[in-house]
Design a protein around this ligand. Structure first.
Ligand code: UDX
Length: 478
């Protein structure tokens, strides 16, 4: 009997913060290109900001099968910052459970054939199982951090957690594949706990363990970058699709499409494009780009240390300072005047930059980053060496891989000192420049290969699409 021909309909549910929203929207576009219908769940706040700051509606209009579905207003961060924000959102998402269920059973015309849910929201697994819709988990973080989160119960069992003593350089032995280089200080910040009842620790550890219930796992990485860790992950999750770096994968598959479709910004802040003009006037690879992503906060004191470090290095810099990212009191006006003078001479500051374009710009020679996974992948793809100042979550382990495994930069975690920053900037941009550029170039080549036709991520995405096609109503595999 002939199979019916209703296109597959995937419901995509990201955790509602910038790094997750952008990655899962890129995956949605890739699905649309393959003819899969997509409903994308988004919080009211993020929808308003996304529409205001980007061309997302016109960009996605060529895909009739795509639609945004706004979540109830109760899904909100409560205007808290950093980890509070994440925990507030995590709690508020649970209020969307009934809404989500109604959405799943109410789509009679175009039934949902697969749910792709951010791997932090196990209530989606409960509902998928209850209603009988296959769920694939998408962890938008690095594979190394996912694997470390998954191994936390082993660390507890072996007595490595809670952390003991003050020596953060002690090696951790119970994350298979990382025994030789993972120190206590490199554990994801949510796991660097002295109390096992810590609420963020229990949340991340138990949510990660729920992944075993998902039909498959998607990771935004590529085989040549995290191969040894992926082999470990596949011992627990054999059906793992590595399809990254997604931002580049989308661009590769959009090849030949219109400029408006290619400009795939998913920013929740207005991009200040004047910095590209400024970069156009700077010498080749002369600028260090500084950005700490969408969640990290710095104190005034830390800001001043970074500022002095950058100014004292004598290197040109482009610095993103989000308006909501600096805590506590004003600094003295004399300090500010002195730093501003030096900044006018060789620096440029914006509130939000078109980061992918900045990292691809020929004037950029290095990236001082918080090691968020998207930023790390974007830098790796462009062959830009990094100085890592991880803030929270997966960033502590990402930065260890940057410094110790991939050797494409320096990890300055747990310090914030102008002298250290100045030295790191000079090392990256001058003293050790060749060494870093050489390894960054090699990895960038592998990244490009992975998303090109026949590359590992390219083939894995095709396999994922084929598997989703098989989940079409009437064709759900048991
Ligand atoms: C968070 C976590 O911090 C990160 O570690 C996790 O992997 C995903 O969620 P965030 O802190 O925002 O994300 O960092 P990151 O993952 O690097 O994502 C930031 C995104 O914003 C990047 O895609 C980057 O290109 C974009 N960005 C950042 C801009 O477009 N302009 C900017 O000025 C700064």
């Amino acid at each position: 009997m002939a199979q019916q021909t209703i296109p597959p309909h995937v419901l995509i549910f990201p955790f509602p913060v910038q790094g997750h929203v952008t990655t899962m929207l890129k995956l949605s576009e890739l699905f649309c290109l393959a003819g899969i219908h997509v409903t994308y769940l988004i919080s009211t706040q993020n929808y308003t900001r996304l529409v205001r700051c980007t061309n997302v509606l016109s960009r996605l209009s060529p895909y009739p099968g795509f639609r945004f579905q706004v979540l109830p207003e109760s899904v909100s961060d409560g205007n808290a910052q950093s980890m509070d924000l994440v925990m507030n959102l995590f709690e508020s998402l649970k209020t969307a459970k009934t809404f989500f269920k109604d959405l799943l059973i109410g789509e009679a015309q175009k039934p949902v054939t697969c749910i792709i849910s951010d791997g932090l929201m196990s209530f989606t697994l409960d509902l998928g199982e209850e209603i009988g819709i296959p769920i694939i988990y998408f962890r938008t973080i690095s594979s190394c951090s996912f694997w470390a989160y998954f191994c936390m119960p082993k660390l507890v069992e072996a007595g490595e957690l809670p952390l003991k003593g003050d020596d953060m350089d002690v090696l951790i032995k119970n994350v298979p594949g990382m025994e030789c280089f993972l120190r206590q200080r490199d554990l994801p910040s949510l796991c660097r706990v002295s109390d096992l009842n810590n609420s963020t620790f229990t949340m991340i550890s138990s949510e990660t363990h729920q992944t075993v219930r998902a039909r498959a796992l998607i990771l935004n990485t590529f085989e040549d970058l995290e191969g040894p860790i992926l082999s470990q992950i596949r011992t627990e999750f054999p059906n793992t699709y590595t399809i990254g770096p997604l931002h580049a994968h989308l661009k590769a598959r959009l090849d030949g499409k219109t400029a408006s479709q290619l400009a795939s910004s998913n920013s929740l802040w207005e991009e200040d494009k004047s910095c590209i003009k400024w970069l156009d006037n700077q010498p080749l690879k002369s600028v260090v780009y500084v950005s700490f992503g969408s969640i990290a906060m710095v104190t005034r004191e830390q800001l001043v240390e970074f500022w002095h470090g950058l100014v004292n290095s004598g290197i040109r810099f482009l610095w993103v300072i989000r308006p909501d990212s600096v805590t506590d009191e004003e600094m003295g006006s004399e300090i500010q005047a002195e730093l501003e003078k030096a900044t006018k001479a060789r620096g440029y500051m914006v509130e939000w930059a078109p980061q992918e374009a900045v990292l691809a710009h020929q004037a950029v020679g290095g990236f001082l980053t918080h090691s968020g996974w998207n930023s790390t992948l974007e830098s790796i793809f462009e062959g830009v060496p990094m100085i890592c100042w991880p803030y929270f979550a997966d960033q502590q382990i990402n930065s260890r891989f940057v410094g110790e495994v991939w050797k494409v930069g320096l990890d300055i975690k747990d310090t914030c000192d102008r002298v250290v920053i100045e030295k790191a900037v000079k090392d990256m941009m001058e003293v050790r420049k060749e060494e870093f550029v050489e390894s960054a170039d090699q990895i960038a080549k592998m990244a490009r290969k992975s998303v090109g036709e026949g590359g590992s991520s390219y083939c894995n995405l095709n396999r994922l699409i084929e598997d989703i096609m098989l989940m079409t109503v009437g064709g759900i595999t048991p």
